[in-house]
Design a protein around this ligand. Structure first.
Ligand code: GLC
Length: 557
C-alpha cells in the first residue's frame, strides 16, 4: 500500500464547525451556554459529519468584544465551566473522531489583563513594553476597525500621559509583538492548549498582529514580521505533528500568499478566502455566476501543504470591503437594504437565509457550492438549520443568537427565564417554532438532512480537499460550472445563480469512449459524447455534482 500524506494533513479534507459555547447549549440553566452543554451535543455534531470543532474564545473576559478581549489566556470563563470541563469536551470530541481547534487571540488583550494593568501603572514597569506606547499618535495612523464606535486607534492613558495602540476597541490594547518576551508568552499559550489536546488554532486578526510597520520602526527587532508567523508555525510543528493554523487574513489573494509562507509554505496552513466569499454574494445579487468565477480563477495555486478555507458566513459582519463601492452597494441593495442590517459601512449583519428571502432552492444551492469548492468548508453554528438573526440586538451580535434545538421555550437552548438568556432568540419567521434541530432531524427533506448529505459526499470526494480547480467555460452566465481533479479522480459541479432553468453544454477534457457522469446528489447517470461533449440540465437555482467515471474505474459513483 502506498503511504500518502492524505491522512497526515487531516485539515485538507476536514469539515470545520464553529461553535460559540455560550450560545450553543445551556446545561445548568443559568442562561449562558456551557462546556457541559456542548459535550451533550457531540453526537449531533458527529451525525452531521463535522470532523473539526472551532471553539470561539471561551476565556475569562469582560466581554467588551464578545470574548475577543481576553483577561486570562490560561483559563475558562466561569459561566462556561472550568478547565476540567474544557478537557472533557476535547476528549469527548476526539472519542467521536473530531478534532478541536481554538481561537488564538494574540494581537491584543483586554484592558483587564494583568499585563496591561501592570503596563499602564508606570513607564518603568517591567510590562510597559508588552504594549505599544507613544507620546503622541503618529501622523499616519491606521484607520479604525470599528468606525462609528471608535475614532482613533490610539488612546491617551492619563496616568502616564502616553497613548497606547488598539487596533480594535480601546478596551483591547495591542500587544507589542516586537518584544521577544511577548512572543515567548504567545508560544507558551499555544503550548499549554496543545498539551490539553487541541489540534490547532484559528489565528485571529493576523495582519494586525504583524503590522509593526510605522509602530516601532526604530527598534527593528523583527527582521520581517512574517518571521514571527514562521516561528509560531515552527513551534507548532515541534510540539504537534498534526497542528494547523487557520488564519483570519482578509487581504487580496496575492498578499495572502506571503502569509502562507510563499513557496516554502512555512507560514499559516490555512486561510479563509474572503475574496471568493465576497464575490459569491455579488454573484447572488446579480444572478450571475461570473464575479465568483473570476475570483476563483484568480485564486493563486498553493503548495500542497497549504489550503483555502471556504465559508458563507461567520460570526462577524459579512464584510464586503474588497468589492468596489458600486458592487458593495449592489449587494447592500439586494441583501441589506435597511440601515439596521448593515455595520461599519462595509458589511451586512444578517445570516444567509434571511438575505435570500428564505428561498430553500437558493439556500441549498449556496451550501452545495460551499461543500464542492476546492478547499476546506467552514460552517458557523446553526447554518445547517437555516437559522436567521435577531436584528433587535444590533450590529455584529445580531447573528450570535442561541442555537435553536427545539420548538419549545427558549428554543430548547436553556430553561432560564428568557430575560436571562445570553442573547435574545429571534421571534420572527426564523424563531425556534419554525427553525429547529429536533424537527429537522426527523424530516428527510430538511436543510439539515441536505447539509448532512453534502458533507457525506464531500468527505467521499477527496479531490475537493486536495485537487485542482478548473472553471469550465460555457455560454450561460447564471451558471458556475467547475471541475475538481486530484489523484483519486475528478468531479464536476454546476450551480445556477439564476431563477430560470438552464441547459449547459460542456466539453470535458480527457474523456474516453464510455466515460459517464454519475450524479452524486440525486439518482442519475449521463453518458459523455464524443470529444467530451455533454449537455446538463439544471433547475432554477439548481445544483448538481457529478463524478467522472471512465470504464473500469473502481471508484464508487
Ligand atoms: C476578529 C474576530 C472579531 C473580533 C476581532 C478582534 O476579526 O473575528 O470578532 O472583533 O478579531 O479580536
Amino acid at each position: 500500500m502506498r503511504i500518502t500524506d492524505t491522512s497526515d494533513l487531516w485539515w485538507k479534507s476536514a469539515v470545520i464547525y464553529c461553535v460559540d459555547i455560550k450560545t450553543f447549549l445551556d446545561w445548568n440553566d443559568d442562561g449562558v451556554g456551557d462546556f457541559e452543554g456542548l459535550a451533550h451535543r457531540m453526537d449531533y455534531l458527529h451525525e452531521l459529519g463535522v470532523t473539526c470543532l472551532w471553539l470561539m474564545p471561551f476565556y475569562p473576559s469582560p466581554n467588551r468584544d464578545d470574548g475577543y478581549d481576553i483577561s486570562d489566556f490560561y483559563s475558562v470563563d466561569p459561566r462556561l465551566g472550568d478547565l476540567g470541563d474544557a478537557v472533557e469536551v476535547i476528549r469527548t470530541a476526539r472519542d467521536r473522531g473530531m478534532r478541536v481547534i481554538i481561537d488564538l487571540v494574540v494581537n491584543h488583550t483586554s484592558v483587564k489583563h494583568p499585563w496591561f494593568v501592570a503596563s499602564r501603572s508606570s513607564k518603568t514597569n517591567k510590562y510597559r513594553d508588552f504594549y505599544v506606547w507613544r507620546d503622541s499618535p503618529p501622523k499616519h495612523s491606521e484607520p479604525v476597525s470599528f468606525p462609528g464606535e471608535e475614532t482613533s486607534v490610539w488612546q491617551l492613558d492619563k496616568k502616564t500621559n502616553q497613548y497606547y495602540l488598539h487596533s480594535f476597541y480601546k478596551e483591547q490594547p495591542d500587544l507589542n509583538v516586537v518584544n521577544p518576551k511577548v512572543r515567548d508568552e504567545m508560544v507558551k499559550i499555544m503550548g499549554f492548549w496543545l498539551e490539553l489536546g487541541i489540534s490547532g488554532f484559528r489565528v485571529d486578526a493576523v495582519p494586525f498582529i504583524l503590522d509593526t510597520e510605522g509602530v516601532l520602526p526604530e527598534e527593528g527587532v523583527l527582521d520581517h514580521p512574517l518571521d514571527f508567523l514562521r516561528s509560531l508555525r515552527e513551534f507548532l510543528g515541534r510540539r504537534s505533528g498534526e497542528g494547523m493554523l487557520l488564519g483570519e487574513v482578509n487581504l487580496p489573494h496575492k498578499d495572502q500568499l506571503r502569509y502562507f509562507g510563499g513557496d516554502d509554505a512555512d507560514g499559516l496552513t490555512m486561510q479563509f478566502d474572503f475574496i471568493a466569499m465576497e464575490n459569491m454574494y455579488l454573484s447572488l445579487a446579480r444572478s450571475d455566476a461570473r464575479p465568483l468565477a473570476r475570483a476563483l480563477k484568480a485564486r493563486p495555486p498553493l503548495p500542497v501543504e497549504a489550503q483555502w478555507a471556504n465559508f458563507v458566513r461567520n460570526h462577524d459582519e459579512l464584510t464586503l470591503d474588497k468589492l468596489s463601492e458600486s458592487e458593495r452597494q449592489e449587494v447592500f441593495d439586494a441583501f441589506g437594504p435597511e440601515e439596521n442590517m448593515r455595520a461599519y459601512n462595509r458589511g451586512i449583519v444578517r445570516r444567509l437565509p434571511t438575505m435570500l428571502g428564505g428561498d430553500p432552492r437558493r439556500i441549498r444551492m449556496v451550501y452545495s457550492l460551499l461543500f464542492s469548492l476546492p478547499g476546506t468548508p467552514v460552517l458557523f453554528y446553526g447554518e445547517e438549520l437555516g437559522m436567521g438573526e435577531n436584528l433587535n440586538i444590533g450590529g455584529r451580535m445580531s447573528v450570535r443568537t442561541p442555537m435553536q434545538w427545539a420548538p419549545t421555550r427558549n428554543g430548547g437552548f436553556s430553561n432560564a427565564p428568557a430575560s436571562r438568556l445570553v442573547a435574545p432568540i429571534p421571534d420572527d419567521g426564523y424563531s425556534p417554532e419554525h427553525i429547529n434541530a429536533s424537527e429537522q432531524r426527523h424530516d428527510p427533506d430538511s436543510l439539515l438532512h441536505f447539509v448532512r448529505k453534502l458533507i457525506e459526499r464531500n468527505r467521499a470526494s477527496v479531490e475537493i480537499g486536495w485537487g485542482d480547480l478548473e472553471i469550465l467555460e460555457h455560454p450561460v452566465p447564471a451558471v458556475l460550472a467547475h471541475a475538481v481533479s486530484g489523484a483519486e479522480g475528478r468531479m464536476i459541479a454546476l450551480h445556477n445563480f439564476g431563477s430560470n432553468p438552464a441547459t449547459v453544454d460542456l466539453e470535458l477534457r480527457d474523456t474516453v469512449d464510455g466515460t459517464i457522469l454519475v450524479d452524486l446528489l440525486v439518482e442519475g447517470t449521463v453518458a459523455v459524447g464524443p470529444r467530451g461533449a455533454v449537455q446538463l440540465l439544471l433547475d432554477g437555482y439548481g445544483c448538481r455534482w457529478l463524478r467522472v467515471l471512465d470504464p473500469g474505474d473502481k471508484r464508487l459513483g
